[in-house]
Ligand binder design. Structure first.
Ligand SMILES: [Mn+2]
Length: 326
């Protein structure tokens, strides 16, 4: 194995905390951040000197740590034997847990890491029991929100994330959570999250045929401005739906078009059981887009406001029919 010199990790809490453990364990200070799509499209250079964390397996790397079952399935399709890859894959609630277990035999491991693995499990599997638990101003929740809040540039964001990696490596969760920068960022993001939750509840569309509440559909086609929505939050207000659908207008250069964007994702609780639901298949049957089992998106082209209205009226029912047929 060549000398490991870099870590490429997911730009979310689990990835940042995972990098903290890896930075400690392998004494590596060069950290880069990416989203899963960046890796799948091979948009950043990764070599045998890199450890990849909480992300799909790239073309090559020195070590790989992950917990996403979908990434393991993709490896099988590529004919790669995960057992032969240095590092560790395990079905766990967080990648931090996988890395924690990997280092568990080393008795020099900082005590704080056990708490870090616990909070990463909660955050990454979004296992909040109640709205109050999710709202709670714990050190971990605060850092998670700070990570999700934006920065003025990609470089600035990477710099910020790096400071958290080293912080989580060397200090306690509460020490980092009390930094002014974290407080500011967390507060900013909390406001936008509260708004999202509000939209999720106010703009829900009930499908008359959906007596079991299989789908949770949000229709924001009436919005005059784009609104970002984290569909994962639906799990906080509805525990039964297996699929989450968002129908929203497409904006071009700040103006609303007659096109409708549809995105869909599986409820997190679906990860824990066997099923045949597939968001990508819904988009393919509708013939408007593509995706994978867990998440998919598409755009329905419309030439008039009438098209938009019709799409808005018919799409939820159509999606439900396809969903039930899977
Ligand atoms: Mn993760």
């Amino acid at each position: 194995m060549s000398e490991l010199s870099g870590i490429v990790t997911h730009d979310d809490f689990d990835g940042v905390a995972g990098a903290a453990l890896l930075s400690w364990g392998f004494e590596i200070d060069e950290i880069r951040f990416a989203g899963p799509i960046t890796i799948s499209k091979a948009e950043i250079p990764i070599t045998l000197q890199d450890i990849v964390c909480d992300l799909p397996y790239p073309l090559e790397c020195g070590m790989w740590f992950d917990h996403h079952i979908g990434n393991l399935e993709e490896l099988k399709l590529r004919g790669i034997d995960a057992e032969k890859i240095p590092g560790r894959f395990a079905e766990a609630r967080s990648c931090v847990r996988v890395i924690y277990d990997y280092f568990a035999t080393q008795d020099s491991m900082p005590e704080d890491f056990s708490e870090l693995a616990d909070v990463s499990d909660l955050i990454d599997s979004f296992a909040y029991e109640t709205l109050d638990q999710w709202r709670e101003d714990t050190a971990a929740n605060r850092i998670d929100r700070a990570i999700k809040s934006g920065s003025e540039s990609r470089q600035a964001h990477a710099r910020f994330l790096r400071s958290i990696v080293f912080g989580l490596r060397d200090l306690s969760l509460s020490e980092i959570a009390s930094r002014d920068e974290i407080l500011d960022r967390a507060q900013r993001y909390q406001l936008s999250e509260a708004k999202m939750l509000d939209t999720i509840q106010k703009y829900r569309v009930q499908i008359p045929e959906d007596s079991n509440g299989e789908l949770y559909v949000i229709d924001t086609t009436a919005f005059l401005q784009p609104a970002r929505l984290d569909k994962k939050l639906i799990g906080l207000v509805d525990r039964t739906a297996s699929g989450y659908v968002e129908i929203k207008p497409v904006f071009r250069e700040g103006r609303k078009s007659n096109n409708v964007a549809v995105s869909m994702s599986l409820a997190l609780h679906m990860q824990q059981r066997e099923h045949k639901k597939d968001c990508g298949e819904v988009m393919r049957v509708l013939n408007i887009g593509d995706g994978h089992r867990g998440a998919a998106a598409g755009v329905l082209q419309g030439s008039s406001a009438h098209d938009l209205q019709r799409a808005r009226a018919e799409l939820p029912g159509e999606i439900l029919r396809i969903w039930k047929s899977l």
